[in-house]
Design a protein around this ligand. Structure first.
Ligand SMILES: [Ca+2]
Ligand SMILES: [Ca+2]
Length: 584
């Protein structure tokens, strides 16, 4: 079953945000100097891999002599316990959809006798100390096979912007364990052949900026050859996007705090020195933003094509001029918040791991009419008036990354010597004596039994206990993540509530983190400082909602369910500084 979920924002109007000019930079790319193209044609290329110089070093590790070899630009294969072989790595573009075959045309090697090659070490990472430990893979070091068995490895084709690419890895050396000998290759010549795929004529290439060309030139070994192999542009799509935004000036600004924002002519004039307000056509004002969410990491996931236009309200007094007191009204989102998960039938919080601010782009001189808020109309109020909503609160702080790894960031840190933490939560609409549901997520850094005694306003309501992971000899540190759900009645009061944590561990070394917690509680539909954001999950049919506690009758209501398509809600009843409306 698909459940609809609607968000509303009611407010007596509000605040401003800052405008700032912007610059955009593209990253630079490196190049591979040890690989050189000898010959190329429409169906393939020949590459010579020649290390510029070799580094050979023999060291004593706990009584055994180990030899390390390397050359500039080499990549080391990271296989614990296996010989540490330096590889050439080249990124090669291929025609879209082509298959690749290769053969080694020439290989010239020189032996390095009576050596034992160093294995790739096992990294131990404890606290902030890194320790390398050498273990020897018995099958390789005690065997009779040369390592690696194949000099060349070709990766499956991958997508890199408008190119299809492969990664070519060529071993710079091989180890012969029985002879205790390293073969250093001073030159390997490789022929790559492409079968099938799509080759375009030069005229049909997609247009790229010089910065993009630099990116390709730096990253792709056969850049010159690959230009005919780019993905053909879907002409209509890209051109239509260019035509509506081309020649437009964009003003960038940041939003952190979610809410209704107002920008008036006076504000624009004092913040944009080059602006002639009399030249601004109110119908052409446009606002762009993509919702503030992280892009999905999967390369094939759907994502917005360029900037998404957001519906705004422009009030110009009906004279077609944007004067000093005329204004733009829009709903600004931050980068953190809640979304309804239809499978779990509940709200889940989200954060943005990369930024605290959402970027908005305002244009005042476009050539087309801007997107405006549509009107939604209140139904006929009737039946019992809903005066409650589900209050939501979460805390997820990204303070430390104990493994220095990926997105594993955690908040408050606990230890046996520092076991206490408190979090103050401002919940002005919380209804006393009702049930609160909690979700907690903790992370333990070591073994043993970790416990958290949880209190709200000095009342203990739960005890979360779990066992940590014990890393076995020579492993990375092993963390344990554990989720908990609790509910308790009568904990909250309207206003400030204090959540308290007390950490326990059965030994002195215990360390753990709070990753995040979420709270769900009944709240009253009352404006706080003339504003209320709430969401409704209707079960069925028309519901009548009543929001009280505004300071005047000038109340406006918006349906903010879709960030790009906010609607102005009309037909609501305003009386006694309250608003009543009905919606399905
Ligand atoms: Ca006007
Ligand atoms: Ca986190």
């Amino acid at each position: 079953m698909v459940m609809r979920c609607k968000y509303f924002h009611a407010a007596v109007i509000l605040m401003f945000s800052l405008l700032a000019a912007t610059q955009v930079a593209l990253p630079a790319a490196g190049s591979n100097h040890a690989a050189r193209i000898l010959q190329r044609d429409a169906r393939g290329l020949t590459i010579a891999f020649t290390p510029q110089r070799w580094y050979v070093e023999t060291e004593d590790f706990a009584g055994q002599e180990l030899t390390r070899i390397d050359f500039p630009g080499a990549i080391l294969a990271e296989e614990e316990g296996k010989p540490q072989i330096p590889y050439h790595v080249a990124t090669v573009a291929i025609p879209w959809g082509a298959t690749v075959s290769y053969r080694i045309v020439a290989a010239r090697s020189e032996p390095l006798a009576n050596v034992r090659i160093v294995p790739f070490p096992r990294h131990k990472k404890l606290d902030d100390a890194h320790v390398d430990e050498f273990v020897f893979d018995g099958a390789v070091y005690g065997g009779s096979q040369v390592f690696p068995g194949e000099l060349v490895q070709i990766s499956p084709a991958a997508t890199f912007r408008d190119h299809q690419i492969i990664q070519v890895r060529v071993a710079g050396a091989q180890y012969q364990p029985q002879q205790r000998q390293i073969l250093k290759y001073d030159r390997i010549v490789l022929r790559l052949d492409f079968a099938g795929g799509r080759v375009l004529s030069g005229t049909k290439q997609s247009a790229h900026s010089s910065a993009e060309e630099e990116l390709y030139r730096g990253a792709i070994l056969n850049y010159e050859q690959s230009r005919d192999w780019r993905k053909p542009v879907t002409a209509g799509r890209k051109l239509s996007r260019l035509s509506s935004l081309q020649g437009t000036t964009f003003y960038r600004f940041k939003i952190r705090q979610e809410g209704m924002y107002k920008i008036d002519g006076r504000f624009l004039e004092s913040n944009i020195s080059s602006l002639d307000l009399s030249q601004v056509d109110p119908t052409r004002i446009r606002l762009f933003n993509n919702g503030g969410r992280e892009l999905l990491r999967h390369i094939d996931a759907a994502r917005p094509d360029g900037l998404t236009e957001n519906a705004i309200l422009v009030v110009d007094g009906g004279d077609g001029r944007f004067d000093l007191d005329d204004f733009i009204l829009f709903y600004g989102r931050g980068v953190e918040g809640w979304e309804f998960d239809p499978d779990q039938r509940r709200f889940v919080h989200y954060i943005n791991h990369y930024d605290f601010d959402n970027l908005y782009w305002l244009s005042l001189d476009g050539s087309v009419a801007g997107k405006r808020m549509q009107i939604a109309t209140s139904g006929q109020p009737g039946g019992a008036v809903v005066e409650e909503y589900q209050g939501l609160a979460f805390v997820e702080e990204e303070r430390s990354n104990p493994l220095n790894s990926g997105l594993n960031w955690f908040g408050e840190q606990f230890s046996v010597t520092d076991p206490n933490a408190t979090v103050n939560l401002d919940l002005p609409n919380a209804i006393a004596n009702r049930q609160t549901d909690f979700n907690f997520r903790f992370a333990a850094l070591n073994s043993g039994t970790h416990g958290f005694v949880l209190q709200m306003n000095n009342v203990e309501f739960a005890n979360a206990t779990f066992n940590g992971n014990a890393p076995s000899q020579g492993q990375y540190v092993n963390m344990r993540i554990q989720n908990f759900q609790f509910d308790a009645t009568g904990l909250l009061t309207p206003g400030t509530n204090t959540l308290q944590f007390r950490y326990t561990h059965n030994a002195s070394f215990g360390q753990a983190f709070l990753d995040w917690f979420e709270m769900f509680y009944p709240a009253q539909l009352r404006a706080v400082e003339d504003e209320l954001f709430f969401y409704a999950v209707p079960d069925s049919g028309l519901r009548t909602y009543g929001i009280s506690n505004f300071s005047s009758q000038g109340i406006q209501l918006f349906d903010i369910t879709d960030y790009a398509d906010v609607k102005q809600f009309t037909g609501a009843t305003v009386a006694n500084n309250s608003i009543t409306f009905a919606d399905v």
